[in-house]
Design a protein around this ligand. Structure first.
Ligand code: C2E
Ligand code: CA
Ligand code: CA
Length: 765
């Protein structure tokens, strides 16, 4: 056959295939796809050009063919540069463009296009080959430039490929070698064509094949060797043991974990089955897809495994099996950690008892599961535990808590749940009948609870607050709050260790809450205000008053201080009440100024005030603010204040006196202050309360005590004031004894300010 026809057919086929590749490349999601499409498309024009040349019977046709061929070469090289740049940059991304090469190619294409005008590049020369005329071309200067340009660019491309190959990891080089080799072959082939001057450019076949290779390696090729290596590395280092089986169930590969598990070497894979049976028992290890969790051994040697077997078929659709693989994961560590975490989250680390949260959870469950049993929540509190810690050591304190926890553990049956609530408090939840039957034993154990660490031994004072659960729906924490509240009933009763939450306690707590909630509004709106009780001299003339607070409550009406003062004494809010009364007293005094000078008002100072505020400076500021004489605001401090830190308190009293205030010692005789203390006490007035001193049965003795105190005060230059004077006899007797001031129902009860004013000023007029 005519070789011309044969090559034409080959060129047609190659062009069609390249076209197809270009389309595929263009639509490929890979970034390099567009560059591949460009290379494959650019290979078509030189081929078509050559096709035209070898089939041309006219000079013009051949001329056009050569043009397409030469210019096509430039375009092809341009495409090759674009592709190489993208390919060698790794990602197919071309941010750095080799622009110089583009200029060279563009310049060359331009000078070739000028050939029809100057004939400087080539001219056609008809020659006869195989009895047929071909239009070969004679080389001129421009053609030399064209070749030089083409070879330069081609050389650059090859160089880029070589550099890229050297820099690539060995395993990736495979594809580069193929592309590079085909490129070199094409270049050599092309050179051969140039120098043999046959019109048929056989190297075009090489370029066509090159285009197809480029397409394949860029778009489809996956480096299998690399994948193989990677997969085996991954499988080898997996945390699971991995066994790979052939379709007949023969183990053909096992990773190091698998070998470790079975105790085999890689040459002893035949023994895999037997080893697995020994560990996990008889079962079908290689057929079926299955998975299961296994627990092997017991106690601290328990091991946890999860096993999974999978089949591998030839491809996703076919059912043709190529083998199976079994993975075995050792979950022991993880399981232990989970168990440890669970234990830690539910148990107190010091005592090993349940934590509060976990205890509450268990109680909630118990209440639901056992709806017919009556339960009690018991709050266990170690008294003065801070002191135990302080005097002995925290180590001793810890030991005490641990021993107490052991004591609780020892006494409790399985129907009881218990735990540590906080620092030195524990909670027990148990059937009420169990608690009642054990109550005496528990009380006995509590009175004699001894803790020892080394040589040190100490009795702990332990109190139990009990809430018999009558409302099962309330929060468990509220149940223990109630049990805790019950403790307040024990107070300082040394014989009592167990207290129950009852209605009385409940209403007391509710009352306290109500008082507390209403306080600030009561102060702002004047619901709480001072009542004034006159204080008279020996002639019965009013010389001053004591301010005593009253709460005119919107719901409870007139309230005496006994209903609310103790509540606020307990929670410290007494400071607010006192400040308010002091201010009211100052206001009244400032309004009396000028008209009724000389009348004083005594105000009460609670022991708690010294604890929370700087009493001296607050009172000093008040007096300054209202512009009153400090001597008109008398300060009543109860005797009990002196009981602790007496020297500190003396300092305060001295400070007050030096500011000009008159300090009165209130309720003298109610506490335990010795008469001896009296001589050091920096006070101006001693307030004796009849109620503490007079005793119906032993009136004469009381009289003696009172008279002696009054005389002693006199000698110490302290004015005596007796309050609670109810009868004329009392008044006369005291008067005779030498008492200077009097206060009591005999003269007047505490009364509202207006009433007091008409009482006192009317009398004084
Ligand atoms: P206190 O300071 O010893 O006040 C004297 C109490 O004796 C007053 O009771 C007064 O009404 C009462 N009283 C007066 N004369 C007689 C009498 O002839 N016979 C009897 N049986 N009682 C008489 P009140 O007003 O109920 O106050 C009770 C206590 O509440 C006061 O005792 C005082 O300790 C406290 N208190 C009252 N107001 C305040 C206050 O504003 N602040 C502070 N911290 N305590 C206050
Ligand atoms: Ca008083
Ligand atoms: Ca008093």
């Amino acid at each position: 056959m005519d070789s011309r026809i044969a090559f034409s057919v080959v060129f047609y086929i190659l062009s069609a295939v390249l076209m197809l590749c270009a389309v595929k490349g263009f639509t490929s999601p890979k970034k390099i796809g567009k560059a591949v499409a460009l290379v494959d498309l650019s290979l078509i024009p030189p081929m078509i050009g050559n096709l035209i040349v070898i089939n041309a019977s006219f000079r013009l046709t051949a001329y056009i063919g050569y043009y397409i061929y030469f210019i096509g070469m430039d375009v092809m090289l341009f495409a090759l540069v674009v592709f190489t740049n993208a390919y060698c940059s790794g990602t197919g991304d071309v941010s750095r463009k080799p622009t110089v090469m583009y200029y060279i190619l563009a310049a060359d294409a331009l000078q070739m296009l000028l050939n029809p005008f100057f004939g400087h590049a080539f001219e056609l020369d008809p020659i006869e080959v195989e009895d047929k005329i071909y239009y070969a071309f004679k080389v001129h200067f421009g053609q030399v430039i064209h070749r030089a340009a083409c070879y330069t660019i081609l050389g650059c491309v090859i160089l880029m490929f070589i550099l890229c190959t050297v820099q690539t990891v060995r395993i990736y080089r495979e594809r580069l070698y193929v592309i590079l080799a085909s490129l070199l072959i094409c270049a050599a082939w092309e050179s051969y064509y140039i120098f043999t001057r046959t019109p048929i450019d056989r190297s075009m076949i090489g370029f066509g094949v090159f285009g197809i290779l480029v397409f394949y390696f860029s778009i489809y090729y996956r480096p299998l060797r690399l994948l193989d290596r990677m997969l085996s590395t991954i499988a080898g280092n997996m945390p699971e043991a991995l066994f790979v089986y052939d379709p007949n169930g023969k183990c053909i590969w096992a990773n190091s974990r698998a070998l470790e598990l079975t105790g085999l070497t890689s040459r002893e894979l035949d023994g895999v089955r037997q080893s697995l049976v020994k560990i996990f028992g008889e079962r079908e290890y290689t057929t079926l897809d299955w998975s299961e969790n296994r627990v092997i051994g017991s106690g601290s040697d328990t091991k946890y495994y999860s096993l999974e077997n999978h089949f591998v078929s030839e491809d996703s659709e076919s059912k043709h099996l190529v083998g199976s693989f079994l993975t075995i994961r050792d979950n022991t560590e993880e399981q232990r950690r989970l168990q440890r975490e669970l234990y830690n989250s539910t148990h107190d680390s010091l005592t090993g008892l349940y934590t509060k949260q976990h205890l509450y959870e268990c109680i909630r469950k118990q209440l639901i599961e056992d709806p017919d049993t009556e339960y009690s929540a018991v709050f266990i509190d170690v008294k003065n535990f801070k002191i135990v810690n302080d005097i002995f050591s925290t180590a001793f304190g810890d030991a005490a808590l641990r021993q107490l926890a052991d004591g609780i553990r020892l006494r409790m049956s399985d129907r009881c749940v218990y735990g540590r609530l906080a620092g030195d408090t524990f909670g027990v939840f148990l059937p009420s009948e169990v608690f009642k039957s054990q109550k005496e034993g528990i009380e006995r154990a509590l009175t004699a609870f001894k803790v020892s660490l080394g040589d040190v031994e100490h009795h702990l004072l332990i109190h139990l607050g009990v809430y018999e659960v009558t409302e099962r729906d309330i929060d468990v924490s509220v149940m223990f709050d109630r049990a805790h509240l019950a403790l307040s009933a024990i107070n300082n009763n040394y014989k009592k260790h167990i207290a129950f939450y009852d209605k009385e306690l409940r209403s007391k707590v509710l009352w306290e809450q109500q008082m507390t909630a209403g306080l600030s509004e009561a102060i702002q709106t004047g619901q709480i205000r001072p009542y004034l009780q006159p204080i008279t001299d020996r002639d019965g003339k009013v010389v001053g008053a004591e301010a005593l607070s009253r709460w005119i409550h919107p719901a409870h009406g007139f309230m005496s201080p006994a209903m609310f003062i103790p509540v606020f004494e307990k929670n410290g809010l007494i400071v607010e009440v006192d400040r308010h009364i002091w201010r009211c007293a100052c206001e009244i005094l400032s309004q009396w100024k000028g008209q009724h000078d000389g009348l004083f008002i005594s105000v009460n100072i609670s022991p708690k005030d010294f604890y929370f505020i700087d009493v001296v400076s607050e009172i000093r500021e008040l007096v300054k603010e209202y512009g009153i004489d400090p001597a008109m605001l008398r300060i009543e401090i109860t005797e009990t204040v002196m009981m602790n830190e007496a020297e500190e308190k003396f300092k305060i009293l001295r400070a007050l006196r030096s500011e000009g205030f008159i300090v009165e010692m209130d309720d003298f005789g109610s506490g335990y202050s010795s008469l001896n203390l009296l001589k050091d006490m920096p006070v101006d007035v001693l307030k004796l309360d009849m109620k503490f001193l007079s005793d119906q049965q032993n009136d004469s003795k009381a009289q003696t005590i009172i008279s002696n105190i009054i005389r002693l005060a006199d000698e110490l230059d302290i004015t005596s004031l007796t309050e609670g004077v109810e009868t004329a006899e009392q008044y006369q007797l005291l008067n005779r004894t030498g008492c200077k001031l009097f206060q009591g129902y005999y003269f007047a009860k505490p009364m509202p300010r207006e009433e007091f004013e008409s009482f006192a000023f009317g009398q004084n007029r």
